[in-house]
Design a protein around this ligand. Sequence first.
Ligand SMILES: [Ca+2]
Ligand SMILES: [Ca+2]
Length: 324
Amino acid sequence: MKIGAWTAAVLASAVGSLASAQAISFGSSKAENYLQTADGVVTPYNDWSCVLSISADTVDAFSDCSITYAGPLSPLGLGIVGNTAPYGQVWYGYSTLHSTLASLDAEIPPGDYEFSFTGNALPGGTHTFTLPPSTFCAETPELVSDTYSRLQTYKNDMSLDFIGQMSGFADVPGANASAVSFVVYDVGKGGLFWSASLPPTAISFTIPTGSLEVGRAYFGVMYYTVSFSSPGAGINGGSHASSFSKNVFFYFNTRGPCPADLNGDTFVDDEDFVLFAQAYNILLCSEIAMPDKCPADLTNQGTVDDEDFVVFAQAYDQLLCNPE
Ligand SMILES: [Ca+2]
Ligand SMILES: [Ca+2]
């Protein structure tokens, strides 16, 4: 063997051993969502749901996956939600939406779930994952004190860190991976701007200055997640994980004192109306044609539609910007 070929073989072997750990993990995530719209105002969506997942650290690991279990959706087909290096391939199977936890638990009860996976880059097989009884925290996730309203006016003070408060939650005995966690996304194009994970009993969080941009609309989610993790219980070192998460959504923007002044000349007039009409015709903030930061989405919901027109028309009638 020439030295060059030997080196290549060793390299291939080393890369192969890194890439072929072939760990396969199994999970379940039950969740309920809430919406916060003011200080002290948190409303449940009553949309209890569950995702069952299988993830392999190899791209194109399987060609098909399904779950058989003692419940009405069995056999439950799974679909691919991710398939990129270095994360590998992830399959999800979904419950339907339920207005109560009892109804969700009737459809996705605790017990044994037998995952079947058809081989592709990895061998096929079956594996039993045991879903524990539903164990949500008692607390409702909420930005407490004046955190919500201060977030709405953070745009006036973005050179400072934003420090908010929550109540945290009492963890459940036996849970070993529980957390209060956060994500903040851009409403229009969906990019992640800030995330954090804290212990369940944490009662404050900090968004460091510089994390957010002037002129954007954001939605944030705070998760109260009770989580049970069993590293090594999956295949080839993969894990089992079950989480039970209460999530609260909140919206805010950093658009300054006069959002309807789309060209920034301190008046809301016909020039702004032209810009508004162009955005209205595009409709979706996620469209490539939409101006960056989607400034005409005055309601922070990801579209420019009649609701935004109502807000715009009120500002147009006033002509001069009135700082909020
Ligand atoms: Ca203007
Ligand atoms: Ca809108």
